[in-house]
Design a protein around this ligand. Structure first.
Ligand code: NOJ
Ligand code: CA
Length: 687
């Protein structure tokens, strides 16, 4: 994570920035394609964003509603500071080894024009792939403890964009995306879903929300470095041509955020790209986070893993012991460890190993129930750890908190130090159910701070965190490289039991351009038995098998599960792709894509010369040409291609696939057919 070039240049006003009488101040991105303007019109502050000749955000007001003191909105710009930065940094693990960080910055100091003359600043960073801005509240006489009732950052659009959105649920992101015009957003249509937790109080969407403007430009609004603040949802504004920020609140007080000056808010981000794929390649979100707080990241290992997991979602075994059909036994764990060692998996996840599963989902009184150190009688924790070590396989710990946060906070030191003693370096956490204490929500400031505390504890005890039912990713993995992955979307599990038919084929071609912009996803791909027989006769996976393989490349995570039962992999020719595919990347390139339709990504493995390509489509079959000009010139590769069979179809014939071998170099173009709900995966080995 060294900074390679670190050039903090002093004011270079010419070309990158301008300010007229502190009334209209502009900062341009390094290429000058993006422009952020801050305007002061008789005390009302607003901003706008322009990309080339197109206005992306039309003038949009900025104001804060602070508790006990009137709205902070009679304002003036009193000072402007401009500078530039050009550097790059190494990711300890990621989609790319090197990330360029090049931007122009403007800091505008703002003061209230009426009593009590409160002050804040707006810091703007303009990159070529988007802009970010945040509010800085300095220490000052008339503002010490700040209770924010609402942050009113508007995002107005000149036209009616097409949006890909999920509702601004305060408790969960596990929703299917809707494609609609911004003006037609209706978050309340999601209200009656049968989820363990959900709360949708406003006609708002969650971020990242990805949109296509009438001119065809792709934009996505999100936030970066969400720390000690509430998550932001975006409420449809009254005129229906945009959004206004709406923070997640709490039923325990009227304010939504409580801070003490000095502090800064998270960054409000707008990623912009002509092509849809540019959004996936954008580094804006991670670049707006602070450098890593640790130097030694050796213990954070990207890996593929298997687990005692799908068994429970299939209803084949149970998490709890009392059922008599317990999944997490010493014997079964060892069987998985043997399989992992034989097929090159680094980890085995075991869910349902500890006391408490008899009393979790559906119970109100969940505090004090889960115990994160005491195994069930048929699970010998130290023995499975010892057995795994002998085979070079690490146990992945599981902590389902059932959203009983006080119990988890109380036990976390004991639980993490046990892991540290046993040499376990990662945990999957879970927060199923309504948050305890009552009245708090998964995405409010209380929980943002809880998830942050868990990351900090992880650093203390060398534990990497894969949170389910998490707060959304906002690029904190740069600062906390132990934030390896998270759920925060409708994952594979929904295909096992959802009563609405599971995730449709368009789900992941949408996720790749929306949720994935936030950060790594623990989607858990790789199901081969698509009809889930005999366990779930009414459910199925709504993709082809080749699509499942492609997900290892398309849906980024440094930890990737082979989620199916190991029996479905034994002797299966397509399993070779899962064995081969890398999880840590030198570089990643989006070859094609349209939001919600299809996407193809090529990635080169880190510390190696192999490349992997994955492509997926929605319910529409397609013929594509894959141009291999991303490969090093003059070098030949043996390509192992896994593609949909001629009659493959996500519903009628999901398991038909073809494996082909070809020699390929950078001059080749491959014609490939994707079935309805299909995909393809290619492993390229240097010759
Ligand atoms: C929900 C998680 O998303 C899932 O992966 C896990 O198996 C259950 N909670 C139990 O913790
Ligand atoms: Ca979940």
């Amino acid at each position: 994570m060294k900074t390679r070039i670190s050039l903090l240049m002093a004011i270079i006003l010419v070309g990158i920035a301008a300010c007229n009488n502190l009334k209209n101040c502009e900062v341009l991105s390094p290429s000058a394609d993006l422009k952020f303007s801050l305007m002061d019109e008789s005390g009302t502050l607003s901003y706008s964003v322009q990309y080339k000749d197109e206005v992306i955000i039309s003038p949009s007001q900025i104001s804060f509603d602070l508790d006990g003191m009137p709205v902070l909105e009679k304002l003036k710009i009193v000072n402007i500071h401009m500078d530039s930065y050009a550097g790059s940094w190494d990711m300890p693990w990621g989609e790319n080894r090197v990330v360029d960080e090049v931007y122009n910055r403007m800091i505008a100091d703002i003061e209230e024009t009426v009593e009590p003359f409160r002050k804040f600043s707006i810091e703007v960073k303009a990159f070529d792939d988007g802009v970010g801005f945040r509010y800085l509240f300095p220490e000052q006489e008339n503002l010490n403890e700040v209770l924010i009732n609402e942050e009113n950052t508007a995002f107005n659009f000149p036209g009616d964009n097409t949006a890909f959105w999920i509702p601004g649920d305060w408790d969960i992101y596990e929703h299917l995306y809707t494609k609609s015009k911004v003006s037609e957003i209706d978050a309340f249509k999601y209200t009656n879903l049968n989820l363990a937790q959900t709360y949708i109080p406003n006609n708002a969407v969650a971020t990242p929300v990805t949109m296509i403007t009438p001119a065809g430009t792709h934009i996505s609004i999100h936030e970066a470095d969400l720390t000690d603040y509430s998550g932001m949802t975006l409420m449809l504004n009254a005129a229906k041509n945009g959004f206004v920020s709406c923070l997640v609140g709490s039923e325990n007080h009227t304010y939504k955020v409580k801070r003490t000056t000095p502090f800064e808010t998270p960054w409000r981000t707008i990623q912009v790209s002509e092509e849809a794929g540019g959004l996936i390649e954008s580094n804006l979100i991670i670049n707006l986070n602070e450098p890593s707080v640790i130097d030694d990241t050796e213990w954070i290992r990207p890996m593929k893993y298997i687990g005692i997991w799908w068994d429970m979602h299939l209803n084949r075994r149970t998490w709890d012991y009392a059922s008599g059909n317990h999944g997490a036994t010493t014997e079964y764990t060892k069987e998985l460890m043997d399989f992992a060692a034989e097929h090159g998996f680094g980890g085995v996840l075991v869910e349902g190993w500890n006391n408490g599963w008899e009393h979790w989902i559906g119970f109100e009184d969940r505090e004090g129930v889960f115990d994160f150190v005491t195994p069930y009688p048929d699970y010998d924790l130290s023995e499975v750890v010892r057995y795994g070590k002998e085979k070079g396989v690490e146990l992945i710990m599981h902590h389902e908190t059932s959203a009983a946060t006080e119990t988890y906070s109380k036990q976390i030191d004991t639980a993490f130090s046990l892991m540290n003693e046993l040499g376990i370096h990662s945990v999957k956490t879970g927060y199923v159910g309504k948050i305890l204490p009552k009245g708090e929500f998964h995405h409010g400031q209380y929980m943002v701070n809880h998830y942050h505390m868990v990351l900090e504890k992880g650093l203390e005890y060398q534990v990497a965190i894969n949170a389910h039912e998490p707060i959304k990713a906002t690029g904190k993995r740069r600062t906390y490289p132990n934030a390896i992955a998270r759920e925060g979307l409708r994952g594979q599990e929904f295909n096992a039991w959802a009563e609405d038919g599971g995730n449709p084929p368009s789900h992941l071609p949408t996720v790749a351009f929306a949720r994935m912009l936030a950060g790594p996803i623990d989607f858990t791909p790789g199901i081969f038995d698509m009809k889930l027989n005999p366990y779930r006769p009414d459910n199925q996976i709504n993709t082809t098998l080749a699509h499942q393989l492609a997900l290892y490349v398309v849906i980024y995570s440094p930890i990737q599960m082979a989620a199916d039962l190991i029996y479905n992999y034994k002797g299966h020719p397509a399993f070779k792709f899962i064995e081969d595919v890398a999880v840590d990347w030198e570089k990643s390139i989006v070859l094609n894509g349209e939001v919600g339709e299809f996407v193809t990504i090529a990635r080169q493995e880190r510390d190696g010369e192999r490349w992997f390509v994955g492509g997926i489509t929605n319910e529409i079959s397609r013929d594509m040409e894959i141009n291999f000009d991303f490969l090093p010139e003059g070098k030949k590769f043996r390509a192992e291609i896994y593609r949909d069979g001629v009659d493959a179809h996500w519903d009628d014939n999901p398991e038909e696939y073809i494996i082909e071998e070809l020699d390929i170099d950078s001059e080749d173009i491959l014609k490939i057919h994707l079935a309805e709900g299909g995909g393809f995966a290619i492993a390229l080995f240097p010759l």
